[in-house]
Design a protein around this ligand. Structure first.
Ligand code: NAD
Length: 474
């Protein structure tokens, strides 16, 4: 049983002012595994005050000092990789193939930021003026449960790289992950007040952060509906915003695709992290000319995916994060049928042989019209929609016909052709033929998938403000 009773303010683990508790569960077993004591608005006030005190010194740090901090953070995270993986598996049932990647990526965001700082031009010239890229001040960051420690690290890396200080409100249900990560980060011995973390709910701690007059920028990762509330709250004090939100990403299987390679990639993208991934390829676009063959392969390979204990490296689908989310996903599966889509595989209820744990059946709908809610809204579970197209132009049109634009996937045996299609897609990232993750590529979305970008110079730009100094001509 893990009871998390401390938050992190001004370089120390402290007891929060807030006293409410939130229970934590293992979704694979439904067992209660601990609880977290939640902070409140007073804790946010103290954390922001600490970050504000630390800001002037942090803003003056040199590139070399920031890079040294980033390297210490990287090393501190690597030292506890096993504990972080265990916390993620137990805390929301993320499958082992995904947790391994997440920990590696968490350490690498510090490295990537160190390289970006090295190469970034903080001092520039525009016309005859000297331009300096200045840190904004105190950053408020909010993270989602599906990638909690990864985004704590990403947002902290951007704060350090830009010379800002930060107050983070992690996802409350990820408190064990947050605690393990904080123990790592504490070992990196950042100057006091540079990093502050307040556990708490969105409506209380999140709202206190997004309305605080001393917070200059909100870096939020989560759902599009919550981001609308954040954006409204931030409006009053003109906070800068970086919003990394949901998606309904298309996977276009072109008619020349090698299905031996394409089908596993399409399913891996669609069911990534049991479908609980912002970048999940949840719309699979298939050519009418190969429809029957592709549907047969999708059905067969989905039914062979191993579902169960997320710690098992062979498992591809783990449980959903919590009971309420399981119910929500069941509702989507019912809705798809009511809307007139047909079940190719899956459906409501638990997978065969799993009578407890919040496991859902990997589900694929066919006969999906682009107007149906299952084709337009983010489900965030293992539920995919197959949409048939007649030609390449129609595939591109369907892919772009979305309120979202986070990621897209193109599968083809002809790479120049895939590239031609990719260039027509309106998404923050387009992945061709299952290309591996590029930790240096900008990350973020078009349309309602977000605002701004993270990673590299793009990420630093969003955390900085240009100041031009104009002098009389000599
Ligand atoms: P969520 O929007 O419910 O919560 C995200 C965070 O926002 C949590 O910490 C929550 O407590 C907080 N929050 C909720 N209401 C708030 C409010 N009124 N004010 C301030 N903070 C508030 O999302 P979730 O269920 O935790 O995560 C899943 C969502 O996150 C999905 O939509 C997914 O696509 C998205 N996501 C996006 C990315 C990305 O980089 N684009 C990455 C991971 C997840």
């Amino acid at each position: 049983m893990r009871n998390i009773d401390r938050i992190y303010i001004d370089g120390a683990f402290v007891t929060p002012h807030g006293s409410a508790r939130f229970d934590l569960f293992n979704p694979a077993t439904e067992d209660r595994i601990g609880s977290v004591r939640l902070g409140d608005a007073e804790d946010v006030r103290l954390a922001v005050a600490a970050a504000k005190r630390a800001f002037p010194a942090m803003a003056r740090t040199s590139k070399a000092e920031r890079i040294a901090m980033l390297h210490r953070l990287r090393d501190a995270v690597k030292a506890r990789a096993g504990d972080l993986i265990a916390a993620m598996t137990e805390g929301y049932g993320a499958p082992a193939y995904f947790t391994g990647f997440s920990v590696q990526n968490t350490a690498s965001v510090f490295d990537v930021m160190a390289t970006s700082v090295e190469n970034y031009a903080f001092e520039r010239v525009a016309g005859s003026s000297a331009v300096t890229m200045l840190p904004l001040g105190v950053v408020g960051a909010i993270t989602p449960w599906n990638s909690n420690f990864g985004f704590i690290a990403t947002k902290l890396a951007h704060a350090i790289g830009s010379g800002s200080t930060i107050v983070i409100k992690p996802a409350e249900q990820s408190a064990i992950q947050t605690q393990v990560l904080l123990e790592c980060l504490h070992e990196a011995k950042l100057p006091k007040g540079v990093l502050n973390v307040v556990n708490g709910t969105g409506p209380e701690v999140g709202a206190a952060l997004t309305t605080h007059p001393d917070v200059a920028l909100i870096s939020f990762t989560g759902s599009t509906p919550a981001a609308r509330i954040v954006q409204r709250a931030a409006l009053e004090t003109m906070k800068r915003l970086v919003l990394e939100l949901g998606g309904k990403s298309p996977t276009i299987i072109l008619d020349d695709a090698d299905l031996d390679a394409a089908i596993p990639i399409a399913l891996m993208s669609g069911f990534a992290n049991s479908g609980q991934a912002c970048v999940a390829g949840s719309r699979i676009l298939i050519p009418r000319s190969r429809r029957e063959e592709i549907l047969a392969r999708l059905k067969d390979e989905t039914e062979r995916l191993r579902i169960g204990n997320p710690a098992d490296p062979e498992v591809r689908i783990g449980p959903l994060a919590n009971a309420a989310h399981w119910e929500r996903v069941q509702g989507w599966i019912r809705l798809g049928q009511e809307e007139g889509a047909m079940l190719l595989t899956g459906g409501e209820g638990r997978p065969e042989g799993l009578d407890h744990g919040w496991f859902a059946r990997p589900t694929i709908f066919t006969e999906v019209a682009g107007t149906m809610r299952i084709a337009r809204e983010e489900i965030f579970g293992p539920v995919l929609s197959v949409i048939t197209y007649d030609d390449e132009a129609e595939a591109v049109a369907i892919a772009n016909d979305s309120d979202f634009g986070l990621q897209a996937y193109v599968l083809s045996s002809d790479e120049p052709r895939a590239l031609r299609v990719a260039r027509q897609l309106m998404a923050g990232r387009v992945v061709i033929n299952g290309a591996p993750h590029d930790p240096h590529a900008p990350f973020g979305g078009f349309r309602q998938s977000g605002l701004g970008r993270e990673i590299g110079a793009y990420g630093l730009d969003a955390f900085l403000e240009p100041r031009a100094i104009l002098t009389p001509a000599a």
